[in-house]
Design a protein around this ligand. Structure first.
Ligand code: ATP
Ligand code: MG
Length: 584
């Protein structure tokens, strides 16, 4: 792969990090050199038990990004060893999300799409090898006994009374486990890394389980198996079988590394795979403020109806972010900016939103929207007439041309653009008072107008504002600059505006760390995370198609909702406001 495939949003080489330093050293030393093979082979190994979230995006950008930048390859591997929780629906959405983020597991015409379940046969064979060589045994303790005998952080474990059972006996029971002769939980296959492994200060070295009995239907292997390999056993073996060079995982797996190394070395000794074996490295997971990134908690929000689904635009899932209007480039840019480190920390939601703004600003065509409409009547403008006004599609892309919209007698302006009794420094519409004329403002891209009066209903709510316009003040015409005004107000023509549903999304939680310390994260939900308004948009917006993004001047970035938009009748989601005003 050539360098021009590097992340275009990043603009330059991805920032360096400790993982890249490791890879650079390995390349210099030829650590993973093999004939005809890339020296950087990574993998992204999701469990198909839910939808991917922004935390997974960090891992995807890291793994696929390394492969891209070092002429290597990255495998997509489904870690599907928990039959009860997994489903094809999740496999499909995960593949979609990885592709949408801009990555591919295809390389040189080969698809590196793998399933741990494809290795069930080999995993079984290797397990028998471990038993035969005295490196694994069948444990028949009860779950309670096993847990008690594991000891804890400060107390060494106690050997199971089955630990030294004859190899032949373990082998026979293991085969009978596979043959379905036992119930769930009756026996477990455990590793024996060393004679005194149960006293290891590292809990995960204390005879970790390799296989358990589960009479469960698997979404890919059906009822072929009633024993399933454990994640800790499956993962290193899958890495080695796929010739992974750098196996990157999150920090909580640091303690699993000794077992990882022991297993791949032991099985390489047994001739199951070639050397060099893969190496595991740990990086800090992404913790993002104002969201939760645990599949279990996200599922709870969906199941409890707090959100409309996994793709609700308030969700930090990839499908949610996509529907909200995030671009793949903005997420890549975010991942590049936050980097990869070895220390856990929190990243502010503002960083994600900032990357989004930086990505959208140069790309998004401009448009006018009035979100909270108030009628403005131009008294001296002839009824039925329309004057064409125009403005650039994008201020920095003159080549994109202009858009056109009519100025008519009745317009919509924002309610907040009129004040009966103006506050100090308020330069928008204010009525005449005590013989003083009303304020003069420019209707952006249109005429200068002067406020002459307003209507109020019985509740005191302002229902219409009246103005007169100055025919020689039209923007872009000679003499227009003779009018000096401080206010420049956005508007749309009531005669031609597109009435549209606009969903004003905000952060899902009010607290930066809604689930910190195990507290009830649902207590911190933001009740105002969605406000739906009926807005008036400039007429061209009727042609907006699903996923098309715009900057609505002064309001922020909006996208035509990919689910609910109809031809000629788009529904818009607010992706983000123009500035970070949160909590300020
Ligand atoms: P969850 O705890 O939400 O269920 P998980 O870690 O169990 O997530 P997996 O499907 O096993 O989800 O994760 C696939 C890969 O994504 C793993 O390599 C994991 O380390 C990585 N990953 C998951 N969450 C994060 C995160 N917040 N930051 C970085 N990487 C993550
Ligand atoms: Mg997991």
């Amino acid at each position: 792969m050539s360098n021009d495939k590097k992340n275009p949003a990043a603009g330059n080489a991805p920032s360096s990090n400790f993982v890249r330093a490791i890879v650079d050293n390995d390349l210099a030393a030829g650590t993973h050199k093999r004939d005809g093979m890339p020296e950087v082979i990574t993998r992204f190994p999701p469990e198909p038990n839910g939808y991917l979230h922004i935390g997974h995006a960090k891992s995807i950008c890291l793994n696929f990004g390394l492969a891209r930048d070092y002429d290597g390859r990255c495998h997509l591997r489904f870690d599907d060893t928990n039959p009860e929780k997994e489903d094809q629906e999740y496999v499909d959405t995960i593949m979609d999300s990885v592709k949408w983020l801009g990555f591919s597991w295809e390389q040189g015409g080969t698809e590196y799409l793998h399933y741990a379940s494809d290795y069930f046969g080999k995993l079984y064979e290797m397990a028998e090898y471990l038993i035969r060589t005295g490196k694994a045994y069948v444990d028949s303790q009860s779950a309670e006994e096993m847990s008690k005998n594991r000891g804890n952080f400060g107390t060494p474990g106690t050997n199971s009374r089955f630990r030294d059972r004859p190899v032949e006996e373990s082998l026979q029971i293991f085969r009978d486990m596979k043959a379905g002769k036992y119930k769930d939980g009756e026996h477990v296959l455990r590793a024996k890394m060393s004679e005194d492994a149960m006293a290891s200060p590292i809990m995960t070295n204390r005879d970790p389980a390799l296989y358990r009995i589960r009479h469960a239907h698997h979404h890919r292997t059906g009822d072929d198996w009633c024993i399933y390999p454990m994640y800790d056993y499956t993962h290193p073996v899958s890495d080695a079988l796929e010739d992974i060079t750098h196996s990157l995982c999150t920090l909580e797996f640091q303690d699993h590394r000794p077992f990882y190394d022991w297993l791949v070395e032991t099985l390489a000794d047994g001739g199951f795979f070639q050397r060099p074996v893969p190496r595991q490295y740990e990086f800090a997971r992404l913790n993002l403020t104002y969201v939760v990134t645990s599949k279990r908690k996200l599922r709870q929000l969906v199941d409890d109806g707090v959100v409309t689904g996994w793709d609700d635009p308030r969700m930090p899932t990839i499908v949610g972010l996509r529907r909200r209007g995030y671009t793949p480039e903005s997420i890549q840019l975010f991942c590049d900016r936050i980097g990869v480190s070895k220390a856990d920390g929190w990243i502010d939601m503002g960083t994600l939103e900032g990357a989004l703004r930086d990505d959208l600003d140069p790309k998004a065509p401009r448009a006018i929207a009035v979100l909270r409409p108030l009628k403005l009547i131009v008294d001296n403008f002839p009824e039925g007439e329309a004057h064409a006004c125009s403005s650039p599609v994008h201020p920095h892309h003159p080549e994109w041309g202009n858009r056109s919209f009519p100025f008519t007698r009745e317009l919509w302006i924002e309610q907040e653009d009129f004040m009966e009794t103006p506050a100090k420094g308020y330069f928008r519409f204010t009525p005449p008072v005590d013989g003083q004329p009303g304020s003069r403002v420019r209707l952006k891209y249109g005429y200068v107008v002067e406020c002459t009066g307003y209507d109020k209903d019985a509740d005191g709510k302002v229902t219409a504002v009246y103005v007169n316009y100055f025919p020689d003040s039209k923007s872009g015409t000679p003499g227009a600059d003779n009018y000096k005004v401080k206010g420049n107000i956005t508007w749309v023509s009531a005669a031609t505006a597109l009435e549209a549903e606009v969903r004003l999304y905000d952060r899902l939680f009010l607290e930066p760390q809604p689930d910190a310390g195990g507290k009830d994260f649902k207590a911190a939900l933001n009740p105002n995370a969605l406000e739906t308004v009926t807005a008036y948009l400039e007429p061209g917006m009727k042609d907006a198609v699903a996923d098309q993004r715009f900057q609505f001047e002064r309001h922020g970035y909006f996208v035509a909702d990919r689910v609910d938009s109809q031809p000629g009748k788009p529904v818009f989601n607010r992706v983000t406001t123009l500035k970070d005003s949160w909590g300020k």
